[in-house]
Design a protein around this ligand. Structure first.
Ligand code: HEM
Length: 527
């Protein structure tokens, strides 16, 4: 019995040993052929992601949750420039949950806007744009839909030929601006107001035709554009802290943006309906006179010919973009131009000499005179170097992982290119804070974004499509302002009080309104 039990025990132990041996063999086999490669793969991935994380650009120290938000001031481009001086021209910030790459040197801008242009061609989906501009071009995600809109803009709405076709509209609006100044000559005028009406009237006229002035419609557009600017630049907590989106609702921002969209819809529906009425009765012969077509005419006739079909809501978003993109930017530039010219009397004198010599005592400078005015162009370039109205261009977002200046930049990183800081970088420009148009006289630096020291219109595939339109309007307006009038500070104001401070916000607008006295130039004769 004892022997039997002993034998049974031995047999069981043997079986257990065998099965243990089998299991350990199996495990060895398993680990050799499966676990080992798997764990090495995991290790490799871990190391790679660590390397990636360790090869990120430098970042200022950050706080939990808010990240670097507390380091930003009301003048965003200026606070980013100050941080970049400490942490380098390629710097990674964490704005709440949003990783944000800030680029402040021409080389880094060239990486973003040329070498990695495709990967960096996305735009972040921010709350106000999603509500107000859904389906527009400026905030459209990069892809087929954006390409279609881009083609419409560059081939049909803002091509050289089309820009040329708005010549009469521009010249008439410039004449109206000069007349508005002339009636208040030798008194202190609010030039900001006058310039704003001019830029707004030009855009209104180009987009929605010549009927708007009589109806006072441009005033309504101006009101809406103003509110656009305010609501688009406000900070929406939900964009930086996913769990705080409801606060934006509570603060009323979201409701305000929705209401604004509704007002735009109503106004644009009216404009589109008028187009349809005009087209059906053909009172304007809109189909015959190509040069008279406004943007709505062009878009609708493209739709009619089935060349492209845009959802009505998206069509309105595209029009809102053009109003927003075209009005504030040109207004801000023209205002800064007058500020810098009054602060720099020698530059003003040189510009007036050029314009008056070429215009040859005509009462109005015409567009055919502009191509000879090289100093005028240099003045506008210098204004846009010191005061780019979109100092951080428009935010981009990476569509994939990429490398910028040797650093790994993960997918879905927001990118801010600080055109303002690059334009004032002492490593790139002599005496960068001084207003010296002469630096542009040799003509090698242009607006088109090929020289990354100078990118007021951005660069690459998302470069501003309104560039030509903007430049010719600015040239014509500025030439006429300095041709017809001599400009003085209001009584009692010293040159030193005439400041160049910027107002808070993301557009680099001058703080306060510009008040000046216009003295008609006596030699400027009626034709
Ligand atoms: C001084 C005048 C102007 C300046 C400084 C300016 C500047 C800019 C900048 C920096 C961008 C972003 C470019 C980028 O991401 O690389 C942009 C985009 C854009 N601008 Fe302008 N702009 C001006 C006038 C205009 C005008 C007159 C229009 C239309 C009539 C316009 C329409 C647009 C549109 C639609 C976009 C979006 C393009 C896209 O995302 O594909 N802009 N502009």
């Amino acid at each position: 019995m004892i022997l039997n039990t002993a034998c049974a025990l031995v047999a069981t132990t043997k079986r257990r040993v065998c099965s243990l041996l089998f299991i350990s063999n199996y495990m060895a086999f398993y680990s050799l052929f499966f676990l080992l490669p798997l764990s090495s793969l995991l290790l490799f991935l871990l190391l790679r992601s660590r390397k990636r994380r360790t090869n990120l650009p430098p970042s200022p120290p950050r706080l939990p949750f808010i990240g670097n938000l507390h380091q930003l001031g009301p003048l965003l481009h200026q606070s980013l420039a100050a941080l970049s001086r400490l942490h380098g021209p390629v710097m990674l910030l964490h704005l709440g949950h949003v990783p944000t790459l800030v680029v402040s040197s021409p080389n880094a801008a060239c990486d973003v806007l040329r070498h990695q242009d495709l990967v960096c061609a996305g735009r972040p989906a921010i709350t106000p744009a999603k509500i107000l501009l859904d389906g527009d071009i400026a905030f459209a995600p990069y892809g087929d839909y954006w390409r279609q809109l881009r083609k419409i803009c560059s081939v049909h709405l803002l091509s050289s030929k089309r820009v040329q076709s708005y010549r009469r509209a521009r010249e008439e609006e410039v004449a109206a601006m000069a007349a508005a100044i002339a009636v208040r000559a030798s008194t202190t005028i609010n030039l900001s107001e006058i310039i704003y009406s001019f830029t707004n009237d030009v855009i209104c006229r180009v987009v929605s035709g010549k009927f708007k002035i009589a109806e006072g419609r441009s005033r309504v557009f101006a009101e809406l554009i103003n509110e656009n600017s305010e609501l688009l630049v406000a900070v929406y907590l939900g964009d930086y802290f996913r769990w705080l989106g409801w606060v934006d609702g509570l603060l009323g921002y979201v409701t305000r943006v929705r209401k604004l969209r509704k007002r735009w819809e109503e106004l644009l529906d009216q404009v589109i309906k008028e187009h349809a009425d005009r087209a059906s009765s053909n009172i304007n012969g809109y189909d015959e006179k190509e040069e008279e077509k406004d943007f709505v005419d062009v878009l609708m006739s493209l739709q009619d010919k089935n060349e492209f079909v845009l959802d009505p809501a998206n069509l309105k978003s595209l029009l809102i973009d053009v109003f927003g993109g075209g009005t504030d930017t040109s207004y801000i530039t023209l205002e800064w131009a007058m500020v810098e010219l009054v602060r720099n009397p020698l530059v003003m004198q040189k510009l007036q000499e050029e314009v008056r010599r070429i215009a040859n005592r005509k009462s109005l400078v015409k567009e055919e005179d502009l191509h000879q005015m090289t100093y005028l162009l240099a003045v506008i370039k210098e204004v846009l170097r010191l005061h780019p109205p979109a100092p951080l261009i428009l935010p981009r977002e990476t569509l994939n992982d990429c490398i910028i200046q040797g650093y790994n930049i993960p997918k879905k990183t927001r990118i801010l290119v600080n055109a303002w800081a690059i334009g004032r970088d002492p490593k790139q420009w002599d005496a960068p804070e001084e207003f010296r148009p002469e630096r542009f006289l040799n003509g090698t630096v242009d607006f088109n974004g090929t020289d990354f020291r100078y990118i007021p219109f951005g660069s690459g595939r998302r470069v501003c499509p309104g560039l030509q339109f903007a430049i010719v309007s600015l040239e014509l307006a500025l030439a006429n302002l300095v041709h017809q009038f001599d400009w003085e500070l209001p009584d009692g104001m010293e040159k030193e009080e005439f400041h160049t401070r910027e107002a808070p916000g993301i557009a680099a607008q001058r703080e306060g309104q510009l008040h000046l006295v216009a003295k008609p130039w006596s030699d400027c004769l009626e034709e």
